[in-house]
Write a protein that binds this ligand. Structure first.
Ligand code: GLY
Length: 364
């Protein structure tokens, strides 16, 4: 077992992470609550319980899966159950699932009786390298992603890549977009490795090394700026446009597009903006555009809907004084934050990625 000790959480790697009771902060715990959704219940719960057989008595809360359930109504279900079982401040939460479960479970238990401790056991690649690490907990509100939430760090995180076997290629690709992001914002060698993998059409291998590398990059940023006052905003590269596209698809077209897929498109658009703002070179932009679009499918967007997508960006949490603020690339492997971008440039960036087909309404 490898351990990464951070100032806020202990991160364990490997299936032997569960072995020692003391690792799991079980001392002086009153009630143990296990939060799952339909998917993690079906694919991961038995394995988890077999590894953690010393848990003995625990309560289980099973939620419907999906981003659309990451809301206050689902939180009420959790709070009601916690009241029913008389959970107190010494209760411990285990969030077993993808980003929805760790974000939502983290939020619900952080505000219940002003805060219960929790442990995240992410079961998706996206959860392992991003959502479960770094203390962001949240729910969606009125069509806005992660609009209500707080920073509160899990006591521990268990990274067990056996769970990756339960995922589809699309789920893995969704998580991989965040790994691409880490390379682009702060590690040119990681970007080169990714580029080679994609160009050689090698099967993407999600080894502990790759995952640990990504987590270390994220942690090094969070240690400097846990509450996203400045530097941490670089982790949002690609997300200003990516989140807006994701929300637009769910709320305006009633279609799901994965977080990683939207992020992939967001990264290309924001790289083009970086190029136009004279930060990266044309060659760098073209390389990013070519590599990312080899891995992800094209999407269709109504030309006339671009303003709706921009409306979603107006609610981005990085904005200040009603100005849309971006995290952009200064060069591959180095990024900056709080950059204001002209609306015209944002709109034009949609035409510059290989991945968006802009079409007129009547041709859709
Ligand atoms: N997902 C970006 C962050 O944790 O700051």
């Amino acid at each position: 077992m490898k351990i990464l000790n951070t100032p806020y959480s202990v991160i364990y790697f490997g299936e032997d992470s569960y072995i020692k009771k003391k690792n799991l902060f079980l001392k002086n715990v009153s009630k143990k609550i296990l939060l799952v959704d339909n998917i993690s219940k079906k694919n991961c719960l038995n394995y988890f319980l077999s590894k953690i057989d010393f848990l003995k008595k625990y309560y289980i809360i099973n939620l419907p899966s999906g981003e659309e359930n990451k809301n206050i109504e689902t939180c009420k279900v959790i709070w009601k159950k916690l009241l029913d079982i008389n959970a107190d401040r010494k209760s411990l939460f285990f969030n077993l699932g993808g980003g929805v479960i760790t974000d939502l479970g983290g939020f619900a238990c952080s505000v219940f009786k002003r805060g219960l401790n929790f442990i995240n056991i992410p079961t998706t690649l996206l959860g392992m390298i991003d959502a479960s690490i770094g203390g962001k907990t949240a729910i969606n509100f009125l069509s806005l992603k992660n609009e209500i939430g707080l920073f509160n760090f899990p006591k521990g995180v268990i990274i067990d890549n056996n769970f990756l076997k339960t995922l589809s290629e699309n789920d893995l690709k969704s998580g991989f977009a965040e790994i691409i992001k880490y390379g682009l914002i702060s590690d040119i060698n990681l970007w080169k490795k990714i580029k080679n993998l994609i160009l050689k059409k090698k099967k993407l291998i999600y080894s502990y090394n790759l995952i640990r590398n990504a987590i270390k990059i994220k942690n090094s940023i969070i240690e400097k700026d846990p509450l996203e006052k400045g530097l941490r905003k670089i982790l949002n590269f690609g997300h200003t446009i990516g989140h807006a596209i994701e929300s637009y698809f769910i709320y305006n077209l009633n279609k799901k597009i994965s977080h990683g897929h939207s992020l992939a498109i967001g990264m290309i658009c924001e790289s083009w903006i970086s190029y136009k703002m004279k930060m990266i070179t044309k060659k760098e932009f073209e390389e990013i555009n070519m590599i990312i679009s080899l891995l992800y499918d094209n999407i269709k967007i109504y030309n006339s809907h671009i303003s709706k997508i921009i409306d979603f960006m107006k609610h981005d949490k990085k904005n200040e004084n009603n100005k849309i603020k971006f995290s952009l690339l200064k060069k591959i492997g180095y990024s900056i934050f709080n950059k204001e971008v002209d609306l015209f440039l944002i709109k034009k960036s949609f035409k510059k990625t290989n991945m968006i087909n802009l079409i007129n309404f009547n041709k859709f």
